[in-house]
Design a protein around this ligand. Structure first.
Ligand SMILES: C[S@@+](CC[C@H](N)C(=O)[O-])C[C@H]1O[C@@H](n2cnc3c(N)ncnc32)[C@H](O)[C@@H]1O
Length: 224
């Protein structure tokens, strides 16, 4: 997955030495899973954790849980009274991470919803008041970020953050490479991610910053 020296240097020198023990244990337990690459990169995780601690959200939405690296990271980063609604269509992978979440003593912060994400967000939207005051992470259904964004703009209050993971795509910055050099199986999401980024640059409801951390984290702050 890592292609540049600094992509190894950063985790080794600033992330792993500071990574909370429960996260390290969950990451190690996931390492042998056939889809281990799904897990949020620890360096992107460190950034997300810092953002969450800065905004102190009362409620967050986590879209795409897998074994729960970014979920546990979020639970450890938000204040004790805060809650996470986490949605994933696969409940089995969540079960792998659950013992680590329980051991870390943060299970009470999490409401795990076993569902397709878009219909679940539509259900949340039946309450017209934006209830997620700050901090939401999106890490699923990558080709569909445009549709998630519209829903997030209604769910997240002004001042809130929406974080989109894998926005450089494929662990190799595929969005910045010519289409013909990208493996066929990665092209559709590459195209959708490029379109999504274009849309965000014209969306005046958000300020954006695209950070080359992990597989790329696009930080959106709702400003209107
Ligand atoms: C990249 S993984 C998430 C990784 C996670 N953030 C972590 O740190 O381990 C993507 C997850 O999204 C879920 N997913 C993909 N498409 C989905 C959809 N349409 N609705 C709900 N979950 C979905 C998959 O089951 C998978 O567990």
């Amino acid at each position: 997955m890592y292609i540049l020296g600094w992509m190894q240097y950063i985790p080794e020198t600033s992330v792993y030495p500071r990574e909370p023990e429960p996260l390290k244990e969950l990451r190690n337990a996931t390492a042998t899973h056939p889809s281990a690459v799904f897990g949020t990169s620890p360096d992107a995780g460190q950034l997300i954790g810092m953002l969450l601690k800065t905004v102190n959200p009362k409620k967050t939405i986590e879209v795409g849980v897998f074994t729960g690296y970014s979920l546990l990271l979020t639970a450890l980063s938000i204040p004790p009274y805060s809650k996470i609604v986490a949605v994933d269509m696969n409940g089995e992978t969540y079960e792998i991470g659950l013992p680590f979440i329980k051991k870390a003593g943060v299970e009470h912060k999490i409401d795990f919803i076993h569902s397709q994400a878009l219909p679940f967000l539509d259900k949340l939207l039946e309450d017209p008041t934006p209830s997620t005051n700050l901090g939401s992470a999106l890490d699923a259904d990558k080709g569909n970020y445009i549709n998630y964004h519209e829903r997030m703009m209604k769910l997240v209050k002004v001042g809130g953050l929406v974080l989109y993971d894998n926005t450089l795509w494929g662990g190799r910055g595929f969005v910045a490479k010519p289409e013909e050099s990208v493996p066929m199986g990665k092209r559709e999401v590459r195209k959708a991610t490029i379109e999504f980024k274009k849309l965000l640059t014209t969306d005046h409801r958000v300020e954006i910053s695209h950070v080359p951390s992990g597989d790329g984290v696009l930080i959106c702050k709702r400003v209107s």
